[in-house]
Design a protein around this ligand. Structure first.
Ligand SMILES: *[C@@H]1O[C@H](CO)[C@@H](O)[C@H](O)[C@H]1NC(C)=O
Ligand SMILES: *[C@@H]1O[C@H](CO)[C@@H](O)[C@H](O)[C@H]1NC(C)=O
Length: 347
């Protein structure tokens, strides 16, 4: 064999060995020693407001805003596939994290944020679907309660509202929240729908001040009372109502509403939209807020959601979902309201 070739082989072998040692070392813990050292430094300057955002198109208007100033030495720390951005917004210390779509990602990212960093409250922003006929696309809503409406007990065909659900007796499931009767939505022949009923279930929660492994249940989670009352001052902010040359029928407004709901479901269905408005008085429909609410409830951390309406959840007159057009406007409006809210908080 040529000598140069053997040398290359020797080096390659060493690279492989070095790489595998590294893999083993970093697999020992989810948080590297390097990240821990930085987290400790960052926490010495805390506490922070946590800003939790689902997707990059909702986060970009915040990062691009002149109000956001990244930390000059430690602008971010990466842990477990998430980037925790350190900085200031409206001159208040913040840590911004993007979760990724839907409930699991939102819950994991929020739990990591609260476990790793010194956080005094969580503000969650994004876009939402609108179930409330009194509001329009572009409006920014601040619901007082959030529920996860994707945890179901699906009843067997033949059973009805008087019948116990399976595993109801031992407290795993309940009929207290209510159900969706799928055959109510047949277009012509009722009683021919084998899908029967799905019963909405409260989440099992394990609060930090509870006894480990002893479950409690929660369905409607209130946002923080002080944050919610402070949010009244946001009503009246002037918001953007035009996207390029397309303008909304009226200028968007900011309003506190009673309820929002979240599930791992993108709703583009008029019948379901009307059902959740009638049954739950839900305005905002999204895929993350209730997960963040559930984590904050268990960690006893103040929490508020600001969600701008991007579409009518399938209830509009257009032939396609409006989110395709209005998402940038809604994402922008949510950030405008967030910045104003942060400016109202005490230093
Ligand atoms: C439904 O919510 C709206 C605000 O979103 C509130 O004004 C109204 O009182 C609520 N209705 C019921 C029946 O709770
Ligand atoms: C608005 O303008 C931007 C940039 O010029 C373009 O990318 C976008 O598609 C336009 N949106 C609509 C709804 O016309």
């Amino acid at each position: 064999m040529y000598r140069p070739f053997m040398l290359v082989m020797f080096l390659l072998e060493w690279l492989v060995i070095l790489a595998s040692v590294n893999v083993i070392r970093s697999a020992n813990a989810a948080v590297s020693d390097y990240a821990w050292a930085n987290i400790r430094r960052v926490n010495q300057e805390g506490p922070y407001l946590g800003i939790v955002v689902p997707n990059s198109f909702e986060m970009s208007p915040l990062l691009q805003s002149p109000s956001f100033v990244p930390h000059d030495k430690l602008p971010y720390i990466d842990v477990a596939g998430r980037r925790f951005r350190i900085g200031k917004v409206e001159n208040k210390r913040v840590i911004v994290v993007m979760t990724g779509l839907s409930m699991l990602n939102a819950g994991v990212s929020t739990e990591l944020l609260l476990s790793l960093f010194k956080i005094k409250g969580i503000l969650h922003i994004g876009i939402a679907e609108n179930a409330n006929p009194q509001l329009q696309i572009g409006d920014v809503t601040i619901p007082q309660y959030w529920a996860h409406t994707g945890l179901w007990n699906w009843q067997r065909y033949g059973d009805g509202p008087e019948d116990k659900l399976s595993l109801e007796s031992n407290g795993d499931y309940t009929r207290s929240v209510g159900y969706l009767e799928l055959s109510d939505f047949n277009s012509n022949v009722k009683d021919q729908n084998l899908l029967n009923n799905v019963w909405y279930q409260p989440e099992e929660v394990f609060p930090v001040d509870g006894y480990p492994e002893i479950r409690q249940h929660a369905f409607w989670i209130p946002v923080n009372e002080l944050y919610f009352s402070l949010a009244e001052k946001l009503e009246g902010i002037k918001l953007e109502g035009c996207l390029n040359s397309t303008c909304l029928p009226r200028r968007p407004l900011v309003t506190r509403v009673e309820r929002g709901i979240s599930a791992n479901v993108f709703v583009d269905n008029a019948a379901y939209r009307e059902f959740v408005y009638t049954k739950f008085n839900a305005t905002a429909i999204d895929m993350e807020s209730a997960a963040i609410a559930l984590v904050c409830l268990q960690q006893r951390t103040p929490f508020l959601t600001i969600r701008a309406l991007s579409d009518l959840a399938g209830g509009g007159s257009s032939t396609s979902n409006e989110a395709a057009i209005f998402t940038p406007l809604a994402a922008h409006n949510a950030v405008v309201v967030l910045l104003k809210f942060i400016s109202l908080l005490n230093p």
